[in-house]
Design a protein around this ligand. Structure first.
Ligand SMILES: C[S@@+](CC[C@H](N)C(=O)[O-])C[C@H]1O[C@@H](n2cnc3c(N)ncnc32)[C@H](O)[C@@H]1O
Length: 438
């Protein structure tokens, strides 16, 4: 196949070996800066974090990329490129991105790596083409070049799915694979009875699998034989509780006793109905508040996913009290620290509402991580799902050290106390909940 390398100096892409179509100046009014790629970059990055390049890079990194179409040529020249289509292909057992560039009468192909694709796309978008359609397993994204303004991005539910044998067979294998009917995913509407993932639910499907990977990593911390006892605090509709049950029982063949707890009567009734319909042995749902729950026996794994505000702290406090082997928590909205911060607590930061709010959330999770460490838990703060969907996507994963009784480190205690001091906190919810119980 003919292959034309993009020039590293020019922002425009030639697309043909012999007679490269030289794009004329765009027909649309073009501000001075649009001819200089370095200025284009600065301008778009200044005005918004999200650009076609960042979305594309993230789709390639997350392996959600399906197809890219560049259209709306900015030049009317006969030799100018009219359209570029990029799709996944397998070449010699490797995933490549086939860049098919169409000009008046011919189509030229070249096979690119992911990095090359990002560079090449960046070099033509806003120079040769004004529109881009990025199809991923998560969403259909339309990006419009907007000269001096931020790129216009529209997001719609995904309409396309990975096709067999088009590079995606080299994708990471999910713990619950697409294409194989999984009863609970069919029941909750993520899969069709055939096993095909509904396009609009692909994001949920990935989130469930990602969650299971975090649990999978914890398995060595849980008892190697006998039943595994789990509580899922604030289970809500329980997508992830059913997923956890599926992982432990169907995939790992373990006996379990899992309780999904929530204050909402209707969701608990619904979950109980589904658990019964699917004959999920060892899975029970219970109405109740986290802070009042008493387990029937020792809990090995405590889970709290998106439990509102200080409910996460109540879940962590319970797990610490019960000395659970492992804890998984994805905090949700958090108001306590934000309310404690004054405009002048950290001048220059806390005077801006959004910054104060985000800082307070991060500070709260830092406090939680430190507190867990101080109580004998090796703690990680991980990214649960892509920040594209929500900034509240951190996962705290904590594993009880075998020597949990070892005296706490003085420097860690000092760091924790200093953080509290900076935040102007004397005591906060998790600390109070644990101290109140001792
Ligand atoms: C945002 S939903 C998350 C549901 C589920 N864990 C998930 O990640 O999809 C939070 C749930 O926590 C429940 N919840 C909040 N505070 C609670 C408390 N103190 N005790 C029990 N459930 C609580 C709410 O009723 C709600 O169903």
């Amino acid at each position: 196949m003919p292959r034309a390398k993009p020039s590293s100096r020019s922002p425009s892409y030639s697309g043909a070996k012999s007679k490269p179509p030289v794009p004329k100046r765009p027909a649309r009014p073009k501000p001075r800066a649009a001819s200089k790629p370095s200025e284009q970059k600065t301008r778009s990055e200044k005005s918004t974090d999200l650009t076609l390049t960042s979305l594309l890079a993230s789709a390639l990194r997350e392996r959600t990329f399906l197809r890219l179409v560049l259209s709306q040529p900015l030049s009317k020249s006969d030799t100018a490129l009219s359209k570029v289509t990029v799709r996944l292909i397998e070449v010699g057992g490797e995933t490549k991105y086939q860049w098919a560039a169409r000009s008046h009468s011919q189509e030229l192909h070249e096979n690119l790596t992911a990095d090359e694709l990002v560079v090449q796309t960046k070099s033509v978008f806003g120079v040769n083409f004004g529109d881009a359609h990025l199809f991923t397993t998560e969403a259909d994204l339309t990006v419009r070049w907007n000269y001096s303004k931020p790129q216009k991005i529209k997001r719609k539910p995904p309409t396309q799915q990975p096709s067999e044998g088009a590079g995606h067979n080299r994708q990471k294998q999910y713990l619950i694979p697409a294409g194989v009917p999984c009863p609970f995913l069919v029941e909750i509407g993520v899969m069709l009875p055939s096993g095909q993932v509904r396009p609009a639910m692909y994001h949920k499907f990935r989130q469930i699998n990602r969650y299971l990977e975090f649990v999978e990593d914890l398995l060595p911390q849980l008892p190697p034989t006998g039943p595994i006892h789990v509580v899922d605090f604030g289970c809500g509709k329980s997508y992830l509780t059913f997923a956890l049950h599926h992982l432990l029982t169907t995939i790992h063949g373990r006996e379990v006793r899992i309780v999904g707890l929530d204050v909402k009567t209707d969701v608990i009734e619904d979950c109980s109905r589904i658990a019964k319909a699917l004959s999920c042995s060892g899975l029970h749902f219970q109405i109740g508040r986290i802070e009042n729950f008493t387990p029937e026996s020792h809990i090995h794994l405590a889970v709290s996913l998106h439990a509102c505000d200080t409910a996460t702290d109540d879940a962590l406090a319970a797990a610490l009290r019960w000395k659970c082997e492992a804890i998984l928590a994805v905090p949700c909205c958090q108001h306590e620290v934000c309310q404690a911060l004054g405009r002048q607590t950290l001048p220059g930061l806390t005077e801006y509402g959004i910054l104060k709010d985000r800082f307070a959330s991060l500070a709260t999770d830092a406090l939680r991580a430190q507190f867990l460490e101080l109580h004998g838990y090796r703690t990680q703060v991980l990214e649960f799902i892509e920040t594209e969907h929500t900034p509240k996507n951190l996962l705290l994963r904590a594993v009880r050290r075998p020597d949990a009784a070892v005296p706490e480190s003085a420097s860690r205690r000092q760091a924790y106390e200093q953080l509290k001091e900076v935040l102007g906190l004397k005591q906060w919810h998790l600390e109070a909940a644990v101290l109140g119980a001792t």
